[in-house]
Ligand binder design. Structure first.
Ligand code: GLU
Length: 365
C-alpha cells in the first residue's frame, strides 16, 4: 500500500454519513473520523472540515407535504445546521468554528481573502473550522450547489495540500459496483481525462446532493492546483486507521506538477464570468502567443451585462480561450470596442486604463 503524506487537509463529510437515514444527526459514522482528526492534529497536522447535513438534520423539524419547498428546505437548514455543529462539537475537546459560505462570498476577491485570513487565524488558534454552504440565504443560482465542490474551493482558499472526500463508496470503480459485480476498483488516478469523467454517473445517495460526478469535479479543481484528493469510504473505520498510519486509502487523484498561483487559482476556478468579449484574429494571436493584454481594438462584440472589475470570458470563434477582470463595463465597451486605446478618453470623456483586461488579471483556459 502506498504511503500518503500531508500537512493541511480539508475533510469533506457528506449527508449520508451525518444523517444516515435522512432524518436527524447521528454519530454512528463520525467517531472514527473524529478520532482521525484528533490524532492528526496531535501530530501537528491541520484539518478543516466541510460538513453537509444541515438540510437532512433539520428535515423532521419542518412540516411539509410531498416535496419541501425552497423556503421549507432553508428552514430545515437553519435548524439542522445547529444540530450538525453540536453533533460534531460533542466529539471534540477543542473549539469548533462555524463558517457558512455562498458562491458569492468565494467570487468576491475581498471576501475570499477574508475567508482565507479567518481560516488561518482559526487554525493558528487550534480551532476546528467546520464549513458548510449557507443554505438558508443562498438561492440556487448563487449556490456552489454541492459540498464536494465547496470542499474543493475550501481546499483552494485554505491552501491545503490534501482533500479527503468521505463518501459511502470505496472510491472510483470502472463501473458502478452497486449494479455491476465485475466493477474494478481504481486505486490511483494520474490524469482526470474524459474517460474518468465518463465513469462518474449521477448523484449517488438520496440524502446528499453530490454523486461521483461532483467528486471528480472537486478532484479536478484540486489536481490543477497541486492538491491531492482522496475519495474514501467514510463508513469503513479501517480507512481512517490506514490514513492515520500514513497509508493511502480509497482512490487517490494525483495532483498536476504545476501549481497555479493563489490569484490564478481564484481567477480560474472560483470566479464566475458575468459576460463575454468576442475577439478578432489579431487579438487571439496577441493573447495566446505574445502574452499581451486585451486592447479595445481587438474586441468585436460585447455580450452580457457587467460592471468594471467583474470577470468576463474572452471568446474567439466558438471557444472560450481566456477569462479575466475587465476594467470597463459592458456599456462602456460597446462604445469603445474596435477602437484604438487613445480614443477611449475621446469617447467616454475619461479613461480607466489603456487596456480592457490586463495580462495580470487574465488566465488562459
Ligand atoms: N449544504 C447541504 C447541507 O448541508 C449539503 C449539500 C451536499 O450534500 O452536497 O445539507
Amino acid at each position: 500500500m502506498s504511503s500518503l503524506s500531508w500537512q493541511r487537509a480539508v475533510i469533506k463529510v457528506g449527508s449520508a454519513l451525518i444523517a444516515p437515514d435522512g432524518k436527524g444527526c447521528s454519530s454512528q459514522y463520525l467517531l472514527p473520523i473524529a478520532q482521525f482528526i484528533c490524532n492528526s492534529r496531535a501530530q501537528g497536522k491541520e484539518v478543516i472540515l466541510v460538513s453537509s447535513g444541515s438540510v437532512a438534520a433539520g428535515r423532521n423539524k419542518i412540516a411539509f407535504k410531498h416535496h419541501p419547498s425552497i423556503a421549507e428546505k432553508q428552514a430545515m437548514a437553519a435548524i439542522g445546521q445547529t444540530h450538525m455543529m453540536a453533533n460534531w462539537a460533542r466529539l471534540f475537546d477543542f473549539d469548533c468554528a462555524q463558517i457558512l459560505l455562498t458562491a458569492d462570498d468565494l467570487h468576491n476577491r475581498t471576501r475570499y481573502v477574508n475567508i482565507k485570513n479567518t481560516l488561518r487565524e482559526l487554525l493558528r488558534n487550534g480551532a476546528l473550522p467546520i464549513v458548510n454552504e449557507n443554505d438558508t440565504v443562498a438561492i440556487n443560482e448563487l449556490k456552489v450547489g454541492d459540498n464536494d465542490n465547496l470542499a474543493a474551493y475550501t481546499a483552494l482558499v485554505a491552501r491545503a495540500d490534501t482533500l479527503i472526500i468521505c463518501s459511502d463508496i470505496d472510491g472510483l470503480y470502472n463501473a458502478d459496483p452497486r449494479q455491476n459485480p465485475q466493477a474494478k476498483f481504481i486505486p490511483t488516478v494520474h490524469e482526470i481525462d474524459k474517460q474518468i469523467h465518463d465513469l462518474a454517473g449521477g448523484a449517488g445517495t438520496s440524502v446528499g446532493t453530490g454523486g461521483m460526478r461532483t467528486k471528480i469535479q472537486a478532484a479536478e479543481k484540486c489536481a490543477k492546483s497541486g492538491i491531492q484528493t482522496l475519495i474514501v469510504n467514510g463508513r469503513n473505520p479501517d480507512v481512517f486507521k490506514q490514513l492515520g498510519q500514513g497509508k493511502q486509502a480509497g482512490t487517490l487523484f494525483v495532483p498536476s506538477k504545476n501549481r497555479d498561483s493563489a490569484r490564478t487559482q481564484w481567477l480560474r476556478h472560483t470566479l464566475r464570468s458575468k459576460g463575454t468579449l468576442v475577439i478578432d484574429d489579431g487579438a487571439e494571436q496577441a493573447l495566446m502567443r505574445k502574452g499581451a493584454s486585451l486592447l479595445p481594438s481587438g474586441i468585436t462584440s460585447v455580450l452580457g451585462a457587467f460592471k468594471a472589475g467583474e470577470a468576463v470570458d474572452i471568446r474567439y470563434k466558438d471557444q472560450i480561450i481566456a477569462k479575466g477582470l475587465t476594467l470597463y463595463s459592458n456599456s462602456e465597451l460597446i462604445q469603445i470596442k474596435g477602437l484604438r486605446s487613445d480614443k477611449i478618453t475621446e469617447l467616454l470623456g475619461y479613461s480607466s486604463g489603456e487596456v480592457i483586461i490586463h495580462r495580470d488579471d487574465m488566465v488562459l483556459l
